[in-house]
Design a protein around this ligand. Sequence first.
Ligand code: HOZ
Length: 432
Amino acid sequence: MSRKLDLSHSLQQRAETFFPGGVNSPVRAFRAVGGEPPMIASGKGARMIDVDGNSYLDYVLSWGPLMLGHCAPEVVAAVAEANAKGTSFGASTPAEADLAALVVEAFPSIEKLRFVSSGTEATMSAIRLARAATNRKYIVKFEGCYHGHSDALLVKAGSGVATFGIPGSAGVPEEFVKFTLALPYNNVPALEEAFAKFKDQIACVIIEPVVGNMGCVPPRPGYLQAVRELTQREGTLLILDEVMTGFRVSFGGAQELYNIKPDLTTLGKVIGGGLPVGAYGGSATLMDQISPLGPVYQAGTLSGNPLAMAAGIAMLKTLGENRKMIYPALNVMAAKLVAGILDAAKSAGVPLVANQVGSMFTWFFADHEVFDWDTAAPCDTALFGRYHRGMLDRGIWLPPSQFEAAFLSTAHTAADIDLTIAAAREVFASLK
Ligand code: HOZ
């Protein structure tokens, strides 16, 4: 079974003359799974079409933002309306506060926020604020968590850094990361030890409350509560990085799902409705330390961009108005998909385990529980690559890395789930 990819192939070759690896973000090059990365022509609902006319059922959804699928009519209409009025002004527009009001209502821990253009900017700025507010230098992150590509946060990171098996990034002087402590996820004693060793020196703990960037890895029961208690006890700020989980695992994010009140939250992906938006926010007291009210500088030409705000408002309004139906339905559908694929693997004798939180999930090619980076790393990535190629050949688009989460949208149907499980049965049978 193989698709025709002639046009994709020649366009990829052209792209390689312009971009490193032919891509503008490394994981898109499919290097970890092998095979040709198709060039996408369009998307509609749960499907994407490549330039050669092949259709794919999409479980990546632009790496999370597209909760309503591709070209959701509400989002398309809102962007078109905003577009007709002007694409960017470098001055404030009313839509910024409209989107902020929706965020603040959904996230009670956020009184004030700042819009930026990416998750990377959001986490980098939140950390700057945390250091300023505490007058401390050290930060704690967790192995396998990814918080964007700023220097201090690439240490033992997930996502592409994990996918390519590199410890961090070249070009980051060791002096720039000497205040970054990378600890194992889901491990309370390791955090206690760090607090004892760096007493009164840790500005913040930044964490993906449900990790998406080493594949989906949920917090063990009580873990986030322990992190919250320890940070509070030590005068350290807790930053929940909800770029992936915000408006995804629940309307109010992981902090609503697990009942955790962080000091700062970072958001992105879903809040931009598929356009580039990030945000960081927290109490008014903390956020008022940001320029021009306070001494912490952060700025952006396209921050609060009117098209992105319009897309975000349409997305959050639609999700908010239908949240009682959307989130439970996605959870049930995802559970059915996850169980169906596990069953298919079992029948074929392929070792596979899975993690799922709401509409975020990962199947790991392993026969042990995956709860941190040390348990994620030994998964059979070669087998994952063969599985990925087999599924793609059958029109199923999965994340091109063992260490990325897959997602569902409201555009996916029960028939899509059945079709995906049937495709997986064929692929698992061919893996022997
Ligand atoms: N931050 C996204 C989820 N891991 C990946 C996007 C990318 O690296 O292109």
